[in-house]
Design a protein around this ligand. Structure first.
Ligand code: HEM
Length: 183
């Protein structure tokens, strides 16, 4: 360096071609971030109206249509003879979901054995399950009771359905205690 040369100032550094490119790139990224934030924080789409609560005992054949593929999109499954409304877990059980095989089905055997598949029989007699498998199905049943509403009982051939006063009620969770009696 000669005596006449001075060391570059901060401004000289900032306006060097490479730094100018970097500064513009950072500003561009900031612009994209702010823009995407403004777009997502815009007026939210209103949540869908709550689905009417369903109370009904069903046969395997009746349960079948509740696989989430119709317009209503309701998803039910059964474990240990109890039918649960798992619609709020639709990302698991809805069409294309990882556990869609359980939708509209008796999932007892699959959940007990760890196989994501359900029987197509008129009624799946699970009395052949091992004690460990029975315990596993029971754990799932307890988990579902915590998380989902009970719809009713899965009817064995020849069994008659209970009559529920609140077969379709707009007020979800209102009769949670009555649900427990349904088993
Ligand atoms: C590699 C093995 C597996 C992995 C990594 C896995 C992972 C997961 C994950 C991350 C969730 C979401 C949990 C949540 O967000 O609450 C889930 C949910 C679930 N898994 Fe698995 N899973 C596996 C195997 C299985 C098997 C073998 C079954 C039964 C046959 C099963 C049944 C389920 C069910 C039913 C749910 C939904 C529970 C609910 O409704 O809250 N999973 N699994």
């Amino acid at each position: 360096m000669t005596e006449n040369e001075t060391s570059p100032t901060f401004w000289d550094e900032l306006t060097s071609p490479i730094n100018l490119i970097l500064v513009f790139f950072i500003l561009y990224l900031l612009y994209k971030i702010i823009k995407s934030h403004l777009e997502t924080s815009g007026p939210a789409t209103p949540p869908p109206p709550p689905m009417a609560k369903l109370r009904k005992d069903m046969t395997v054949a009746e349960l079948k249509k509740y696989d989430g593929s119709d317009e209503e999109g309701r998803v039910l499954l059964a474990v240990n003879g109890i039918i649960f409304d798992v619609t709020k877990g639709k990302r698991f059980y809805g069409p294309g979901g990882p556990y869609a095989a359980f939708a509209g089905k008796d999932a007892t055997r699959g959940l007990a054995t760890g196989e994501v598949a359900a029987s197509d029989k008129e009624y799946d007699d699970v009395s052949d399950l091992s004690p460990d498998e029975v315990a596993s199905a029971k754990e799932w049943e307890e988990q579902f009771k915590e998380k989902y509403d009970i719809v009713g009982r899965l009817l064995k051939p020849g069994e008659t359905p209970n009559k529920y006063d609140d077969e379709v009620s707009e007020h979800k969770n209102e009769k949670k205690n009555e649900d427990k009696k349904a088993q």
